[in-house]
Design a protein around this ligand. Structure first.
Ligand code: PLP
Length: 415
């Protein structure tokens, strides 16, 4: 009999992404990495498979004395770091509201605290059915349930009505209605929820907040925001003057946008028209940080402070970030063009690290593709299944021909 506590039953098991990327690595060791295509990794890599990093960030890191970086940070994060995270998230679209934040180890930490502190045991968080798998794991870890709505309707539009129906369903079942929106540059589809779609969702959330029974918590996961056009931030202007029982949480991450994946720093921001709600947010989340990871990367904080505090450095950083975004977009445009030419179905894509090819036989198609040394991740089940292709991990020259390979594999398994 295992010594593990009862509540751990069912946890563990292989992580699909790591399993398939393990297969790709094993195959690369056999035949040479230039002879395989590993489209599994969620990091922006160059043609040699090396991590692409931002020079402005690297230089800033190198300027910080080790003795300064090695010190403990405060649990909630320095005020200059929090301000830098607010500025990086919202830029000129900062909502007219009380805003504050707590440091977290990456966006993951912010998602953890949001789910833990704004849902009761057994309550349910809602998101779209094409989602980042860690949401479900965090819900499992914290004793919360997880439910989804179908992300795209039959015409391939974002399924606003499906979202609204799901919100109403849970408004009737629990006090806090909790919606996770991973946009822009959604993982795994690359979809950006459009302003008119946001307006409809916000109208429903506001109506729920005003119904006299419910509170609303909207968690925006903006891990990939710097890979979408900067104007996508317009949506933040919809968070002006919200009802006092409608809380917006924004999970900011330095991993992708600052290419500091392994440094583990993010910030959970709280946006509210009620000052007391923001004060409570800080007190409770600071406590949760103390009770989990304690404090976060001081080096990461100093990097953000230095970039945000120096207009010249900030302009150079933003220009470099923009170059990175455009070079990633080129990969996606190439993929989408070839897909269109052969009528390969692809989920609507705007920006980001991944594209998704919907197929109910995702496992079989992925296995078929591995026969020609193309490694992609099969995700989901049934109608929401698909292949996630990490364009961030493969250079343009390897993208050419991938849509055709996928089409052939779909044909081979009878899809
Ligand atoms: C959708 C999404 N949200 C959040 C994260 C959080 O990443 P991190 O904890 O490194 O900031 C990731 C990372 O892969 C992600 O894909």
């Amino acid at each position: 009999m295992s010594i593990l506590a009862k509540h751990t039953k069912g946890k563990g098991g292989p992580d699909k992404i790591f399993r398939i990327s393990g297969m790709a690595k094993a195959r690369a060791a056999e035949v040479g990495k230039e002879n395989i295509t590993n489209a599994t990794t969620g990091a922006f890599l160059d043609g040699n498979g090396h991590l692409i990093t931002l020079k402005t960030v690297e230089e800033t890191v190198k300027e910080i004395p080790f003795s300064e970086a090695a010190e403990y940070a405060t649990i909630e994060g320095s005020p200059a770091f929090i301000e830098a995270a607010i500025e990086a998230s919202f830029r000129e679209y900062r909502p007219n509201a009380f805003i504050d934040g707590v440091a977290t180890p990456g966006g993951t930490g912010g998602i953890h605290h949001a789910l833990f502190n704004y849902l009761d045991d057994g309550d349910t968080a809602i998101t779209m059915d094409r989602y980042w798998a860690a949401y479900k794991s965090i819900c499992r870890e914290t004793g919360r349930n997880f439910d989804t709505f179908v992300m795209f309707d039959a015409e391939g539009n974002f399924n606003v009505q499906g979202c609204i129906d799901k919100l109403r369903e849970y408004a009737a079942k629990q006090t806090n209605v909790f919606l996770i929106m991973n946009t822009p540059a959604n993982n795994p589809t690359g979809y950006n929820v459009k302003l008119n779609e946001w307006e409809a969702i916000m109208a429903e959330l506001t109506a729920i907040a005003n119904n006299g029974r419910n509170n609303v918590v909207l968690l925006m996961d903006i891990a990939y925001i710097d890979f979408a056009a900067p104007e996508c931030r317009k949506v933040f202007q919809l968070f002006n003057n919200l009802p006092e029982n409608f809380l917006v949480l924004v999970s900011f991450s330095m991993s992708k946008g600052y290419t500091m994946y392994g440094y583990r720093l993010g910030c959970l921001l709280c946006v509210s028209s009620n000052k007391q709600e923001v004060e409570d947010f800080i007190a409770v989340n600071k406590f949760s940080s103390r009770a989990t990871w304690s404090n976060c990367s001081r080096l990461g904080m100093l990097v953000m402070e230095k970039i945000n505090g120096d207009p010249v450095r900030k302009a150079a950083f933003r220009a470099e970030q923009e170059q990175l975004r455009l070079s990633l977009l080129k990969r996606a445009e190439l993929f989408m063009k070839e897909a269109r030419e052969i009528a390969l179905p692809v989920c609507p894509f705007d920006s980001g690290f991944f594209v998704t090819v919907p197929t109910e036989k995702a496992e079989e198609v992925a296995a078929e593709l591995r026969k020609s040394d193309l490694f992609v991740v099969p995700l989901g089940e049934g109608a929401n299944a698909g292949l996630r292709i990490a364009l961030c991990a493969i250079p343009e020259e390897k993208i050419t021909g991938i849509p055709q390979k996928i089409k052939n594999a779909l044909d081979a398994v009878g899809e």
